[in-house]
Design a protein around this ligand. Structure first.
Ligand code: ATP
Length: 452
C-alpha cells in the first residue's frame, strides 16, 4: 500500500465538482448507480477525448513506425486461452457465508486466517464464516449467438493488447512495415474488479491506450529503455507535475516478462503513488502462444539479414480514465484571490487539455454587447469549444469557468463596440489584455496548442 502523500486528498471534492459541472456521473444513477461504472458528461467527454487525441497523435500520427488499429471487443474465445487469461487472470477471493460479501484475500480489514473458526468478516462481524481463498476470474463472460451454452461463451476483452497480437501479420503485411515497428489502439476493456473504487481510478469498464512495439530479439532492452523515457515525457507534456511522477520497477516479473516498470502518479492523500501506465518487455510470449494455439505462423522474415523469427514485444499500456483522473487531481486547487474576500476553485489544466478553451461574456446585456459577443463566440466556435455566458455578475462568470479549467475569459465591454477590441483574461495569472476581436482566433490558437 502507498504511504500517505504530501499532497492533499482532493478526491471527494473532485467527485462532487465532476458531478456538479458535468464531467463525470455515476452510471445509472437514477436507479441507485452501478458499482464502479461511470459516465462522462459534456465536459468529461471533451477532457478524456483530448487525452486520447494527444496519445494518438504522439503514438501514431507523429511517427512513421507505428500503425493504428481498432480491433473488436469480442474475440475468438481461444484468444483468451492462448493469452493465459482463462487460466490465470484471477484474484484470490474470500466469501463470507453469512453476509455473502466477497473480499480480496489481501484485504487488510480481514482478521484471522480465512477458512478457520477465528477469522472474522469485516462487514457483518460474524466469526468462522469466511471461506478459504479461491481463485476468481476477472473476465466478464457472455454468450455469442442464440444458445446459452458453454460452446457459445465469449469474453468482453480485459485488455486491448490481444487485438493487436492477432492482427500482427495483417498490419505488417498491409503496411509493409519493417521491424522495429509498432501497432497502437485505444479501446474499451472490462474487468470484473472486486475491490474497485476511488472514483474512476479502478472501474469495471474503462478505456486503454496500448501500443505493442515489435522488435528483433536482442534489441529489446534498448527499446524498453527508450519507451520508458518516451512515455514519461508524454505524461509530463500533458501537464502532470514532474515531482508527482515516478518510475516503479516491478520486483516480481511474470514468467515470460524480461522487464517491467510502471509510471506512477501521486494521487494525494492515502492513495498516494499509484500506477497509471505499465511498460513491459514481453519477449516473444504473446506471438509465440498465438502461433501455438492458432496453428498459424506469426514469424517475421528479415530479408536483409535472411533471418526468420518471432519478434519480441515492448508494450506500453495506459488507462485513459486513470490519466484523466490524474489530470483532474493534478489540476485541482483552491486559492485566495488578492483584493477579494471570496476564494476560488481552479482546475489548472493545461490549455491544450482543457475541455473549453474560452468563455465569452458580454459585460452587460445591452448596448450591442450581446450581439458582438455572440459574433465573437460563433467565430471562435468554428475552431474551439467555447462557452457563451451572459448570466450574472462578470466575476461569477469568470469563477464558473475557472472551476472547469477554461484558460481564457473573453469579455466584450463598452469599448469593444467602439474600437473592436475585447479583454482576454488569463485563468492563472488573472491578467487582462486587450486584443482585437479579429485577431482572437490566432491569439487563442497559439496559446492552446500543445507544447511540442
Ligand atoms: P492495477 O494493478 O492497478 O489493477 P494492472 O497492473 O492490472 O493495474 P494493466 O493490466 O497493466 O494494469 O493495465 C494497464 C493500465 O490500464 C493501468 O496502468 C491503468 O492505467 C489501466 N487500468 C487497468 N485496470 C483498470 C481499471 N480497472 N480501471 C481503470 N483503469 C485501469
Amino acid at each position: 500500500m502507498a504511504s500517505v502523500s504530501a499532497h492533499p486528498d482532493v478526491m471527494e471534492k473532485l467527485v462532487s465538482l465532476a458531478k456538479r459541472r458535468g464531467f463525470i456521473f455515476q452510471s445509472s444513477e437514477i436507479y441507485g448507480g452501478t458499482g464502479s461504472v461511470w459516465d462522462y458528461g459534456p465536459l468529461g467527454v471533451e477532457l478524456k477525448k483530448n487525452v486520447k487525441d494527444r496519445w494518438w497523435h504522439a503514438m501514431v500520427r507523429a511517427r512513421d513506425d507505428i500503425e493504428g488499429l481498432d480491433a473488436a471487443i469480442l474475440m475468438h474465445p481461444r484468444v483468451w486461452e492462448a493469452s493465459g487469461h482463462v487460466a490465470g487472470f484471477t484474484d484470490p477471493l474470500i466469501d463470507c457465508r453469512n453476509c455473502k460479501r466477497r473480499f480480496r484475500a489481501d484485504d487488510p480489514a480481514i482478521k484471522g486466517t480465512p477458512g478457520t473458526p477465528d477469522a472474522q468478516c469485516p462487514v457483518c462481524g460474524s466469526k468462522g464464516t469466511l471461506s478459504e481463498p479461491r481463485l476468481f476470474n476477472l473476465m466478464f463472460k457472455t454468450f455469442m449467438g442464440p444458445m446459452e451454452e458453454s460452446a457459445a461463451i465469449v469474453y468482453l476483452r480485459p485488455e486491448t493488447a490481444q487485438g493487436i497480437f492477432v492482427n500482427f501479420l495483417n498490419v505488417q503485411q498491409s503496411t509493409r512495415q519493417k521491424i522495429p515497428f509498432g501497432i497502437a489502439q485505444i479501446g474499451k476493456a472490462f474487468r470484473n474488479e472486486i475491490t474497485p473504487g476511488n472514483f474512476i481510478f479502478r472501474t469495471r469498464e474503462f478505456e486503454q491506450m496500448e501500443m505493442q512495439f515489435f522488435v528483433e530479439p536482442g534489441t529489446d532492452e534498448e527499446h524498453f529503455e527508450y519507451w520508458k523515457a518516451q512515455r514519461m515525457e508524454w505524461h509530463r507534456s500533458l501537464g502532470l507535475a514532474p515531482d508527482r511522477l515516478r518510475y516503479k520497477p516491478h520486483e516480481q516479473l511474470a514468467h515470460y516478462a524480461r522487464a517491467a516498470a510502471d509510471i506512477e502518479f501521486d494521487f494525494g492523500g492515502s492513495l498516494g503513488y499509484q500506477e497509471i501506465e505499465g511498460i513491459h518487455n514481453r519477449s516473444d510470449f504473446d506471438l509465440g502462444r498465438h502461433q501455438e494455439y492458432s496453428g498459424k505462423k506469426l514469424e517475421y522474415f528479415d530479408q536483409p539479414k535472411n533471418r526468420r523469427y518471432i519478434p519480441y514485444v515492448i508494450e506500453t499500456s495506459v488507462g485513459a480514465d486513470r490519466t484523466t483522473l490524474a489530470l483532474l487531481v493534478n489540476a485541482y486547487r483552491e486559492e485566495e484571490v488578492p483584493g477579494e474576500t471570496e476564494g476560488r476553485t481552479v482546475l489548472g489544466l493545461a490549455p491544450s487539455i482543457a475541455p473549453i478553451k474560452a468563455g465569452v461574456f458580454p459585460l452587460v446585456k445591452k448596448d450591442g454587447m450581446p450581439e458582438m459577443a455572440e459574433r465573437v463566440a460563433n467565430d471562435l466556435r468554428r475552431t474551439f469549444p467555447i462557452f457563451y455566458d451572459d448570466g450574472g455578475a462578470i466575476g461569477r462568470r469568470y469563477r464558473r469557468q475557472d472551476e472547469v479549467g477554461t484558460p481564457f475569459g473573453i469579455t466584450i465591454d463598452g469599448q469593444s463596440t467602439q474600437d473592436g477590441t475585447v479583454t482576454v483574461r488569463d485563468r492563472d495569472t488573472l491578467q487582462q489584455v486587450r486584443v482585437a476581436a479579429d485577431q482572437l482566433r490566432g491569439y487563442i490558437a497559439e496559446r492552446v496548442a500543445p507544447a511540442e
